[in-house]
Design a protein around this ligand. Structure first.
Ligand code: BTN
Length: 243
């Protein structure tokens, strides 16, 4: 697998584009858009980003059969690049699929199935939106605490350079994953700083719980303990806040 970068000027959503052109593009291709007109977030939300300011892209993973593993791969690859380009930034992974600095969101991931055979997912597209050059005043307009590389470091980043580096880093991790999936998953778990912390969790019915994030389960779910009782939650079901 070779790094392959496709930069588009405008597209509805890079996840949608990557799924629609899945059979025409090589495995591991990173599809990047300078502007997304209908970016999508998790749980049906939209993902807004002004043109030419942030990174929005999706990778085609033809040999991954599971969204959790795809999220791990993209999460650790993006985090390792962020740590290289901005070493002063204490960025970490927030379960299940975000990159945070303290309590501020820097990036979000969205993995979707790209091929289903006999009722089983056999390939995945995984997208990431990273706030790169979004200025502080624009961050305030976001409905949750958010941050950007610019706001944290006072430096502007060249988006084409960033895309090229991410395409390379992703392929490096893809190859590592294909040799040893466990290595990538362990790295993902180690970067998940919320394990062991007391959190507030909002369940699928909207009820809030306060308890401890005990550990990550084999399938990527979370084991949560509230008043001595343990509950398993799967990705996408819950919203968690650091206390
Ligand atoms: C979230 O935090 O809710 C996930 C956000 C994922 C956004 C990225 S931007 C590139 C790719 N294309 C999309 O439409 N969504 C993802």
């Amino acid at each position: 697998i070779q790094p392959n970068l496709l930069i588009l000027d405008e597209v509805d959503s890079t996840n949608t584009y990557a799924r629609e052109h899945f059979d025409d593009l090589p495995d591991g291709t990173l599809v990047v858009a300078r502007r997304q007109t209908a970016g999508r977030g998790r749980r049906g939300r939209s993902w807004l980003s002004p043109p030419g300011i942030n990174f929005t892209g999706s990778i085609l993973l033809k040999r991954l059969e599971d969204g959790f593993h795809a999220g791990c791969l993209l999460g650790v690859a993006a985090l390792s690049l962020l740590r290289e380009l901005a070493p002063e930034l204490p960025a970490y992974l927030k379960w299940p699929n975000d990159i945070y600095v303290e309590n501020r969101k820097l990036a979000g991931l969205l993995s979707e199935s790209a091929r289903i055979e006999n009722g089983r997912v056999t390939a995945v597209v995984s997208g990431i939106g990273i706030n790169v050059n979004l200025p502080s005043d624009a961050l305030k307009a976001i409905d949750q605490p958010a941050t950007s590389l610019l706001a944290e470091t006072n430096r502007e980043f060249n988006l084409d350079f960033f895309s090229k580096k991410l395409a390379e880093r992703l392929i490096r991790y893809y190859i590592i994953y294909l040799n040893s999936a466990g290595f990538v998953i362990r790295e993902w778990m180690e970067a998940n700083l919320l394990v062991g912390e007391t959190l507030t969790l909002t369940d699928p019915l909207g009820k809030e719980h306060t308890g401890v994030f005990r550990r990550i389960l084999e399938d990527g779910g979370m084991l949560f303990e509230e008043n001595g009782a343990e509950f398993a939650f799967s990705c996408g079901d819950v919203k968690i806040d650091r206390k």
